[in-house]
Design a protein around this ligand. Structure first.
Ligand code: SAH
Length: 231
């Protein structure tokens, strides 16, 4: 078995001690192994990015110690940062490529945004809660990301001025697939979204070269609802 980084060997057994020591790299390694690889995510460049991004800097100070736990966490304004495995799994399903233009609806903390920015050419991201949009934009800028274009606003209409997109991801759940977003998907493109009300499923939508759209459900999920249009 390959151990990377070297500290990883200890990661699985050091959880409590690592939290005490604020050994974030070891906690990340444990997160990747125990929560993400174990559940079947295999994409190596994605795994390495998750080993690298400081998730604890995306959560409120009081919750830093919990940043690498196997669950979503509150980020204020009734919103949450998604569980690490869900971020990994959705990113793997989305499959962003190096030259891709990506649209994200629901910036939240900006953690998923950072992951996408490391795998693609440019990420356009929309957040409806203004203070969250501002905080995430500042955080991502301070971390040195130069290929993220943030906007505060309603994601239902997408970003027509910048469309079409190779990849579109939603991190809040609309009751049904928003037609405007499917329209903004390039032929050959893919959209990943949680869809539904009380019962939600993670849905993968593909638009083929001829513009034909097909969709399939992956697994049940629980996301915050997407705030309705014009609310
Ligand atoms: N990817 C984020 C998840 C945030 S939760 C993270 O990991 O931190 C989903 C986010 O979608 C919330 O911040 C919520 O405010 C936002 N949201 C809900 N409805 C929206 C809409 N109509 N347009 C844009 N963002 C929306």
């Amino acid at each position: 078995m390959r151990l990377w980084p070297p500290k990883a060997a200890a990661a699985a057994i050091c959880l409590t001690a690592c939290v005490e020591a604020q050994d974030w790299a070891a906690l990340r390694e444990a997160m990747v192994r125990n929560q993400i690889q174990r559940r079947g995510v295999r994409n190596e460049s994605l795994l390495n990015i998750l080993r690298d991004i400081p998730r604890h800097e995306f959560v409120p100070d009081a919750l830093r110690r919990s940043a690498y736990e196997d669950r979503p966490l509150p980020i204020g304004h009734g919103q949450t940062i998604s569980q690490p495995y869900i971020v990994a799994s959705m990113t793997e399903l989305l499959g962003p490529r190096r030259d891709d233009k990506v649209l994200e609806i629901g910036t939240g903390s900006g953690y998923q945004t950072a992951v996408l920015a490391r795998l693609s050419a440019r990420v356009y991201t929309i957040e409806i809660v203004e203070p969250l949009a501002r905080e995430a934009a500042t955080r991502l800028r301070n971390m040195g990301y130069t290929n993220i274009v943030p906007r505060a606003g309603d994601g239902y209409e997408g970003w027509p001025e910048e469309a079409p997109f190779d990849r579109i991801i939603l991190t809040a759940a609309p009751p049904e697939l928003p037609a405007a977003l499917v329209k903004q998907l390039k032929p050959g493109g893919r959209l990943v979204a949680p869809i539904g009300r009380e019962w939600q499923e993670l849905v993968v939508v593909d638009k083929d070269r001829g513009g034909e759209v097909s969709q399939r459900s992956e697994y049940p999920v629980m996301f915050v609802p997407m705030v309705p249009k014009n609310k």
